[in-house]
Structure formats: C-alpha cells, structure tokens
Design a protein around this ligand. Structure first.
Ligand code: SAH
Length: 472
C-alpha cells in the first residue's frame, strides 16, 4: 500500500491554499465543505474566491507565499501554476512536518486527494496512487450509479438512532444483526427515496421489537482456490460472519475476504499443527451458534463432495440449530476447467465418476470393475497416497495402460501445476507431489493439449506452459 487512506477532520482547523486560480478554487471548495478554516494566499484571486472572502467564508492574503504562513496550519495545498512556488511550499511544509499536497505533483506531496463519491456522511474515496487516474475515474462513475442518493440520509438517521438501539439490544452480535436486517430491508430505502423520513424512523423503531434470530450456521463451499470462483452468497455470508471455522484447503486470499472483525479458527490439519478432530469441530459449531453467533463453516470446494458436510449437518439438526448450505465449485469442476479437460465429451466419455482414494476406516472397497470400464472419466480426490493401488486395480480390471491421466496440483491457484501421462505411469507421476492434487483418468485428458485455459488478461493459453509438463 503506497498510501494510507484516512479521513481528516478539518472542521474549524486552519488550512492554507497557495494559489488564486481555478484549481485553487476547487481545492478551497472541498476544504470549505469539510468545514476547514481556510486561508488563501496569492498575488491575485479568482472572482469566486473574492466573493467567498467578502462573505467571510475564508481569509485571503494577497502576496507571494512566505513560509511564516504555515505556522499553526494543519495542512497545506499548493495549487499555483508556478512549479518553483509549488516546490517552495512543499519544502517549507516538509520542514515543519506538515501534510502538503501539490496539485498534479505526487512526488512533492505527502498526501494526495482521492476521487470521491459523496453521500455524506458516507464518503467513498478512490485513488490509484497516481498510476491510473482514468481507471479511478471509471470506478468512481460506477460507484456513483451504484450508490443511491438516499444513502447519506440513511446513514445520518442511523447515526441518530444508534443510542436507542444500544439501549434496547444489549448484545453486540444481536445489535449487528439488527442493523444488517434493517439495511437489507428494501422498504427502508424506498421510504427514504420518497423523502418519507418519519416513516423510515417508524420502521426502524418497529423492527427493534421484532424477534432477532438466534445463531445459525452456514456450511459454505469456498471453491477450489481461486477467490473469484466464490459464489456471491458465499461472499455475503463471509462478510456477515461472527466466526469462521475454515479448512486447511481454504486459500489465504479467500480468508482475506472474511469480515475483518470475525474470529477465524482453523480446524484443518497443518504441518506441525494438531488437527482439530471432527467431533471437536462439530461441537464448536454448536457452541458458537448457541452463543447467538453467525457461524460460517468454510470448506474447500463443495461442502457435500468429500467434505464431511453431511456429518456436520447431522450434528446441527440434533442440536436444533438453524443452518443453510451454500454449494461451492468442487475441485473436479475447477481443476478440469482450468486445465482444459472437459469431464465428459460426446466422443470420449459418456459419464464421470468422483471417487475418493481415502476411505473412512471400515469403509467399503471401491467397485474397481465398474471403474475400469472405458469411455468414462474417473476423478479421484485425495488419491496421491493410494496411487499404486489405483493404478494396479484399474489395470487389473482391464483399463488400458495407455489411458491418459492428469494430475492437477493446486488447481485454479496461481501456482497450478498439471502433469500429464498414462495410467501405467500414475505412480511415477504421483511421486513427490505435495499439496491438494486431483487425478483425472480417461480419454478426455487428451483434450488438455488443445483446450488449455485461455487467459483473457494475457490473451494466451497459459495453463499449458509454464504450468503444464507433458511426460509423453
Ligand atoms: N470438498 C472438496 C474436496 C475435499 S477432499 C471439493 O469439493 O473440492 C480434498 C481433496 O480435494 C484433495 O486431496 C484434492 O484431491 C482435491 N482438491 C481440493 N482442492 C483442490 C485443488 N485446488 N487442486 C487440486 N485438488 C484439489
């Protein structure tokens, strides 16, 4: 982060603008909007600056800049068309460790002024740090259309109502729930849009006495790794959560999208870290929900595919806790898409089967005979340790040794790695692989060479090289 975004309270605080032209006027107007006590210094002034001085909205000093003008100021803006003067202002301000902005000269500035979308008291500030002003402008325009005009009014009356809510709802989580529910209620916005502030306040009051739901658990699929494969619903729940219990498979980029104040609890197995047992995880889900919290159980891929989602839900049902399940993109879908391997294809594969190489203790043996039939795709989750068994059994039951196989490691992540080979090489391919790896076995794997993922950012098929290594 090149700049720290902060919102400065300048009400009645002395600020200096050096320059008397059009650009200075714009900066002065912004400072006046923030209630600053503005002094403008220039040899000559724009008419509107003179009018404002006349109306006692600002003070003018009609001479060239001198450093003594900086004494007692909080911040200073240099907005003259004289590079030398601007530099002189910047130097003098830096000497006094005063925040200074030189218009159009970020290298001389200790702060820059962002583009803003003003729905006061809601203010959105956008900056590209001087790198892409046009992009920043486009983002601002997009936000202007997205954020309704009544947003400011909504924030303002919420501010007035906060004390009342605090008095009635003592519990912090429940209070947050109240606000979330209220802001999600389209009626409130509609009333404010029509200017019916009194009715909006009545609605806020009546919602106070409504039953506020107790804790609940959302079992959320986080997808295979790429954060942009999250569903909108997953993102919404992650941003409303009080507690997030996440698996080892969930990437750091995805965890970054969780609400800042939420407690993040790892329940996965890490190297050197003790695994939290499944039964302890189940207990925690129930405990947190009983405390009235919004709990998100974040799982890699889809919660219902080799994710023990069912087991956790059974526990919640038994404890009488409200829950919902948000599907995610499972590794088979994500990895196959990013590696250019369609799981089915009219010519090569009429069905696809997902199996796990890692059976629950006492679990049933896989039906190798059925899995060895050609013209079908076999996707193996957690198959690395069992690669020798998988290779042996499939060959034993008649699958051709030349059947193409793909091992996709860290699929959909920036360091995705794809190994291609033949069934007879499966053990060899698996050796030394670390991290989440998916096996795809079947004729469709041959299509990877043709259909590797097309990256619109670079206009290239990127998953082939540098990530793809073909052993054939
Ligand atoms: N519920 C998850 C699967 C959990 S089992 C889902 O629907 O995807 C864990 C296994 O999934 C891993 O051992 C690996 O085989 C596979 N897997 C998950 N994410 C993966 C990824 N990004 N790349 C490759 N394999 C992955």
């Amino acid at each position: 982060m090149d700049y720290l975004p902060i919102f400065a309270k300048l009400e009645n605080r002395p600020c200096l603008v050096v320059g008397g032209g059009e650009i200075a006027l714009r900066k002065v107007n912004l400072l006046l909007k923030a209630g600053a006590d503005v002094t403008v210094c220039a040899p000559q002034f724009h008419d509107q600056l003179l009018e404002k001085a006349e109306a006692k909205q600002l003070k003018t000093v009609q001479h060239h800049f001198t450093a003594d003008l900086l004494i007692g100021k909080w911040l200073v803006i240099a907005a003259t068309d004289q590079k030398l003067v601007n530099k002189q202002v910047a130097d003098a301000a830096n000497e006094l460790q005063l925040l200074v902005n030189v218009v159009d000269a970020p290298q001389l500035s200790s702060f820059i002024m962002p583009s803003i979308v003003d729905r006061s008291p809601i203010i959105v500030a956008i900056s590209s740090g001087g790198n892409a002003p046009v992009l920043a402008r486009l983002i601002r325009e997009r936000l202007e259309t997205l954020l309704p005009m009544h947003l400011g009014r909504l924030a303002a009356i919420s501010g007035e109502f906060r004390h009342r809510v605090k008095k009635v709802i003592k519990n912090v989580s429940l209070r947050r729930r109240y606000w979330e529910k209220l802001f999600a209620n389209g009626r409130l916005g509609a009333l404010l849009e029509k200017g019916q502030t009194d009715n909006a306040i009545k609605l806020m009051e009546s919602s106070l006495t409504e039953d506020i739901v107790s804790g609940e658990v959302a079992l959320v699929g986080a997808g295979p790794g790429d954060p942009s494969l999250l569903t909108l619903k997953a993102l919404q729940l992650m941003q409303q959560a009080d507690v997030v219990l996440y698996d080892r498979l969930v990437s750091a980029e995805i965890l970054d999208l969780v609400r800042r104040d939420a407690d993040l609890i790892s329940v996965g197995k890490h190297a050197g870290n003790h695994e939290v047992t499944q039964s302890r995880t189940n207990e925690m889900l129930v405990e947190y929900a009983r405390q009235g919290k919004k709990v998100v159980r974040l799982k890699g891929g889809d919660p219902f595919i080799f994710g023990r989602g069912g087991e956790e839900l059974e526990e919640l049902v038994e404890a009488g806790i409200a829950f919902q399940v948000v599907p995610g993109i499972t590794a088979a879908s994500g990895c196959s898409a990013y590696a250019g391997i369609p799981l089915t294809h009219r010519d090569f594969s009429q069905s696809v089967t997902f199996v796990t190489g890692h059976c629950k203790q006492g679990g049933k043996e896989l039906n190798w005979q059925a899995l060895s039939v050609s013209n079908q795709t076999l996707v193996v989750y957690m198959g690395l340790i069992q690669s020798s068994e998988i290779q042996t059994q499939l060959l034993r039951f008649g699958r051709s040794k030349d059947t193409p196989v793909a091992l996709i490691n860290k699929g959909t992540c920036p360091d995705q790695h794809v190994l291609l080979g033949k069934l007879s090489e499966l053990v060899q391919l698996s050796a030394g692989m670390q991290g989440p790896t998916l096996m795809i076995i079947g004729e469709v794997v041959n299509l990877a060479n043709k259909l590797a993922w097309f990256n619109p950012e670079t206009n290239q098929k990127t998953s082939r090289d540098p990530f793809l290594v073909n052993l054939n």
